[in-house]
Design a protein around this ligand. Structure first.
Ligand SMILES: Cc1ncc(COP(=O)(O)O)c(C=O)c1O
Length: 493
């Protein structure tokens, strides 16, 4: 039989890897610009070509990608990127992530990635330890017998899952909450569907992240079941209003089911009062889910830790790794207090699935096959250690305080919201100037300059400048540069 020669592996692998090493090393340096220079049509045109009929040598491909991407990359690995909540991939995390692509493990089933699965389980335990979340039954079992009758089960051992980000982590965790609610009514929601459930209500503040709404939509519960609870002057959920909403639902015959509290709300970095909310959940027997995409890390800075007191009482916790832990994009994790319930929610098998001696991760979420996401988190934790993460979080919060102080000292700037954590919302103000139009222009022009990048936020219907500090690279010079840029553009209007 004639041997077919495969293209795609053709070429000089040694040359390709040497080229990769050089380009990879350069990519680990801070980028020259904070934003891309080119618009969508320009960048699209660079990639637009018919599907290649024939392959090209492996050593030429990365060079072409880099060339075509030039000027089209966001500068999110630099210290002057203040957009959204974005970490600048740690070198150790990037290096390990690159290696995991080469060994290409499928972490969904133990036999397809045995060492990968074991590493992830250990790393989830480290994360639970780091964030003070009950794990392996260590701090579970808080509820009394009577509460266990009605409320979510509280005993460990806990479990976890590495998903693509906090959106996936929220969806997985709320999937477990949905399963718990069904089970409480003798309904297997996985089998019977949400149509079998009694009318239920979910509670979150008016600042609840879009991803939580999307998770509820995806799970068939619908975002219409969310009661939007008002916030106080610190942008945190008002607990009295939460209780009033629960009572209203009880009176109306709608069953209160889940509270989604935020450790770190994306606009302002505020946290909901988790301890008080946990009390309410215990009193009414509700599932407490904490969306701690970035704010779960507040626990690691002495000044911000009190803001997330009570996080350890959550039934489930969603956190991002690609934000404050500074790993490459595409990794977040869910921690679930009751591992059995977690497994029960997603378990399943099929004739072709042949288990081995370890955990089958596909039975803890939606995905079947998936990459070895947890490895770069392991690498970040190995590189930083607990102390390093604490220092990183503390430094970012200190830099946010520095920026807030600059804003307060500068007569043409004002804070738009309290800034107790790593996010600062502020406005440029000058007499005779329309603050709404001016602030929108300032944000857009600063972004276009490429010197620094930050985004905007609309608070109480008013647009403001918003800077989130979560990069290991950001320094005092960088936050000063942001304030200078906003003033430069504002003064020029
Ligand atoms: C509070 C909160 N939840 C969820 C998310 C969604 O995270 P991801 O983009 O990783 O899915 C974010 C992102 O900013 C967030 O701030």
């Amino acid at each position: 039989m004639a041997e077919v020669e495969l293209t795609g592996v053709a070429g000089d692998l040694d040359a390709a890897v040497a080229d990769l090493a050089e380009r990879f090393r350069a990519a680990l340096e801070a980028p020259a610009r904070a934003t891309a220079e080119h618009d969508s049509p320009t960048l699209r045109a660079r990639f637009e070509e018919p599907l290649p009929e024939d392959g090209m040598p492996v050593e030429a491909i990365l060079g072409q990608l880099e060339e075509r991407s030039a000027g089209g990359l966001a500068g999110s690995t630099g210290g002057r990127y203040f957009g959204y909540v974005t970490g600048a991939s740690l070198p150790a995390a990037a290096i390990v992530e690159a290696w995991t692509a080469a060994v290409d493990q499928n972490v969904g089933m133990w036999p397809l990635g045995p060492a990968a699965v074991e590493l992830e389980q250990v790393t989830l335990g480290w994360l639970a330890d780091l964030l003070g979340y009950p794990w392996a039954g260590s701090a579970g079992g808080k509820a009394t017998g009577a509460q266990r009758e009605t409320g979510p089960p509280k005993a460990g051992p806990g479990s976890g899952y590495f998903g693509s980000g906090a959106t996936m982590a929220n969806t997985v965790a709320l999937g477990v909450a949905r399963h718990w609610f069904g089970r409480k009514h003798g309904i297997d929601v996985g089998e019977e569907g949400v149509r079998a459930l009694p009318p239920l209500a979910v509670y979150g503040s008016v600042e609840l992240h879009l991803s939580d709404h999307k998770a509820l939509r995806t799970l068939g519960l619908g975002s219409g079941c969310v009661r939007a609870i008002p916030i106080d002057g610190a942008y945190a959920m008002e607990v009295e209003a939460l209780v009033a909403a629960i009572e209203r639902d009880l009176e109306a015959g709608v069953e209160p089911a889940i509270v989604i509290a935020q450790a770190g709300s994306v606009n302002t970095g505020a946290s909901d009062p988790l301890d008080a909310i946990a009390e309410v959940c215990e009193r009414y027997g509700l599932w407490l889910h904490v969306d701690g995409a970035f704010g779960a890390f507040f626990r690691l800075c002495e000044r911000t830790a009190p803001l997330v007191r009570g996080m350890e009482r959550a039934d489930s916790l969603a956190v991002d790794a690609h934000k404050w832990l500074n790993v490459p994009n595409g990794v977040g994790f869910a921690l679930i207090r009751d591992g059995e319930l977690h497994h029960e929610t997603f378990r399943g098998s099929a004739g072709y699935l042949t288990p081995g001696s370890g955990v089958n991760i596909h039975e803890f979420a939606f995905e079947a096959s998936r990459s070895w996401r947890g490895a770069c988190v392991w690498a970040a934790l190995k590189a930083l250690g607990r102390r390093g993460v604490e220092d990183l979080v503390t430094r970012c919060c200190d830099l946010a305080a520095e920026l807030a102080a600059i804003v307060e000292e500068q007569p043409r700037l004002e804070l738009a919201a309290p800034a107790p954590t790593n996010i600062v919302c502020f406005r440029y103000v000058r007499e005779g100037m329309d603050p709404e139009a001016a602030n929108r222009t300032i944000q857009a022009e600063v972004a276009a300059s490429g010197r620094v990048f930050h985004t905007g936020a609309t608070l109480d219907g008013r647009f403001c400048q918003r800077a989130a500090i979560s990069s290991w690279r950001t320094t005092s010079d960088d936050v000063q540069a942001l304030a200078d840029e906003v003033l430069r553009v504002g003064d020029g209007l």
